[in-house]
Design a protein around this ligand. Structure first.
Ligand SMILES: C[S@@+](CC[C@H](N)C(=O)[O-])C[C@H]1O[C@@H](n2cnc3c(N)ncnc32)[C@H](O)[C@@H]1O
Length: 422
């Protein structure tokens, strides 16, 4: 039996995605994938993403049909086979044969060919996988979401895990939004983002080459708008790469300093500036130790985080994250907030945001920040401001954006705006 290159690539993607944090992003950028025929590449990507988006129900169904846990590589083949049968337009026999072929191709999994065949056939015979949204998230994360946001919200946000997201774009010039919406067949969203359901190479979409827009999730576009930065103002984005928010600030007319400690990620920011014709001072440095005396009218801290809010595009984050990881990034955020304070002019403002759904990286962080820095106060965010969904506004005037707060979904985010009052 020969191995189908598309299925082998899907398996490699899955193994890499679940092997370490941010593994999917790296795997999707890997040269091996680019070398495949477009048809095979698309299948590999679709199969791996379908598996990751339904991993909870798939694992539940497999566990119920396996007498003892199989070796990891066998489980990966079973997961991929189940995803093809239930969530892709693949005939059952092809999903089963392809999976048996994958098992046969490796010495370690070869002895489990019969098991793969039997388990997948039984799965198909015994009917659909669980459709309970609670099963879509790892139990420990779901339990945290329930505690933080209540049972109803936890189920509604978990249901979004299974959905394939559309692509959101930010127009460089808000006045161009209507024309772009027409050319791209995109839907305008509150706040000014555009949502496009189309597929294909982003580089080929109308307006890309002329830099009339950049890809940015609807939720990710909100924090920079809330800064209200305008011409004549100085702004620093302390964690700027790959650059969506820095581009927004530059497009608003502010004098932007875009700092990030990752020189390689900053390359994407520089490329974005070049393509859009926007300008910013780009600095590769650590925000905590950056040796520069300047202070700014407005400071944006889009801090490194657990990224659970990005599960629509990166479903792997849900399955590779651990509780200690959350504690670790939360500690980094609190140090970065203290570093950010040193950059805010008297009377200036500070926006802290993270694409996380964990309260240690949002509400607790904001509360502790205000305790540590009595010279800062919350500048409350109003419903609708910058596209903020009304359901996301908290009693404190912060935003807790949950993925179901917009029809069709959006990334989970926490945003707080502070003003220096002392
Ligand atoms: C959430 S991402 C920023 C996304 C970016 N603001 C955007 O809109 O495209 C977090 C960034 O923080 C950077 N980072 C992490 N620790 C840092 C530090 N101590 N100083 C500066 N940048 C840091 C990472 O390299 C990463 O690019």
């Amino acid at each position: 039996m020969t191995v189908d290159p598309a299925r082998k690539a899907a398996l490699d993607l899955l193994v890499l995605a679940l092997g370490k944090r941010a593994g999917l992003e790296a795997a999707l950028d890997a040269p091996a994938l680019a070398l495949l025929e477009p048809k095979d590449r698309n299948f590999a990507r679709a199969a791996a993403m379908a598996t990751l988006r339904h991993l909870g129900p798939i694992d539940r169904a497999l566990d119920g049909r396996l007498q003892k846990p199989p070796p990891d590589p066998v489980r990966m083949i079973l997961r991929l086979g189940a995803a093809q049968m239930f969530f892709l337009d693949v005939p059952d026999y092809a999903a089963v044969d392809g999976s048996v072929g994958l098992a046969a191709a490796d010495k370690a999994t070869q002895p489990f060919k019969g098991l793969v065949n039997a388990v997948l056939r039984r799965l198909r015979r015994e009917g659909p996988l669980s459709s309970d949204p609670a099963d879509l998230a790892p139990p420990w994360l779901f339990a945290r979401w329930q505690t933080a946001y209540g049972a109803e919200n936890a189920r509604a946000m978990a249901a979004v895990i299974a959905e394939e997201p559309a692509t959101d774009l930010t127009p460089r010039d808000p006045a161009d939004a209507k024309a772009l919406a027409g050319a791209l067949e995109a839907t305008p969203l509150p706040g000014g983002s555009l949502r496009r359901v189309g597929r294909g190479r982003i580089e080929d979409w109308p307006g890309f080459a002329e830099g009339r827009w950049w890809v940015q999730d609807a939720a990710a576009a909100i924090p920079a708008r809330l800064m209200g930065a305008g011409s004549g103002e100085t702004v620093i984005d302390l964690c700027a790469a790959p650059g969506g928010k820095a581009l927004q600030l530059a497009a608003a007319g502010a004098a932007v300093t875009a700092l990030d400690r990752s020189a390689s990620r900053l390359k994407r920011l520089t490329e974005g500036l070049r393509r859009t014709g926007l300008a910013a001072e780009v600095v590769a440095a650590d925000a905590e130790t950056w040796d520069d005396p300047r202070v700014f009218d407005a400071v944006l801290l889009d801090a490194p985080c657990s990224s659970t809010g990005t599960f629509r595009r990166n479903p792997d984050v849900l399955w590779t994250l651990t509780a200690p990881d959350v504690a670790k990034v939360a500690a980094v955020q609190s140090r970065l907030l203290d570093a950010a304070v040193r950059r805010v002019k008297p009377g200036g403002r500070l926006i802290y945001c993270v694409c996380s759904l964990e309260t240690e990286e949002g509400e607790s962080q904001a509360r502790e920040f205000l305790r540590r820095h009595p010279d800062f106060a919350t500048a409350p965010i109003a419903a609708g401001e910058g596209g903020a969904p009304a359901a996301s506004v908290t009693a404190e005037g912060w935003l807790r954006i949950l993925p179901h707060h917009l029809d069709g979904g959006l990334d989970g985010f926490f945003v707080a705006r502070f003003a220096r009052v002392g």
